[in-house]
Design a protein around this ligand. Sequence first.
Ligand code: ATP
Length: 238
Amino acid sequence: MTPFLQVTNLNASYGMSPAVRGLNLSVSEGQVVALLGANGAGKTTTLRALCQMGLRTDGQITLGGTSIMALSTHQIARRGVAHVPDGRGTFLGLTTEENLRLGAHAAPRRVDVPALTKKMFSYFPRLEERRRQQAGTLSGGEQQMLAIARALMSEPRILLLDEPSFGLAPLVVKDIFEIMRRVNTESGVSILIVEQNAALALGFAHHAYLLETGEIIMHGSAAEMRDDPVVKKAYLGQ
Ligand code: ATP
């Protein structure tokens, strides 16, 4: 597989406080990669740094071989990177359909909004039922579905997902991950997912990286990570 996203020796800090150090990571076309780690390990910071969201960064980040270090968040989105932040980032006062339409604005080229909306409703039938409802009135699970669908409306090449399971009931989480697998298989979009629930993430991803206090301490295929004694003890509770 060709690496699509390549991160080399990335440092990211909030003002003078370093949060991520010397990070190397890659995501191939169509690959699902998980970023694991405890609270405060630097997972969210890594996703923010990839989108140049208010951090001081140095090192190298390339998309399809081209550096994006000098680009703005908006320009990075137009290169095919869609970020679903923790807290979801939907517009609560707008309807489901309006949120989806807004998502299409980040697309690098003109997209067929009605066709894409229909496709999103085929992945997430619950959203079709709620199409004219304000996002603020949706359940937590539906809001997460909307956040993912909104990101997919830009037809991204890579989706950055921050803790999609956060605060949701296990059955809803199962549903969302099954849909995400379908999206990955059918559309070929790459996914970089941040998850505290390591068992869930390793069941979904092809490859995983483990972050501790801002540094990658281990990476491997999902199967290798699941079998690793450190991962088992500290992150899988086995
Ligand atoms: P969590 O799952 O708890 O969000 P995380 O692995 O995503 O954990 P980050 O949120 O990336 O961790 O935090 C990494 C480090 O950066 C922590 O030490 C945190 O206190 C610090 N940090 C996070 N956000 C900010 C901020 N806006 N300003 C200053 N420091 C921050």
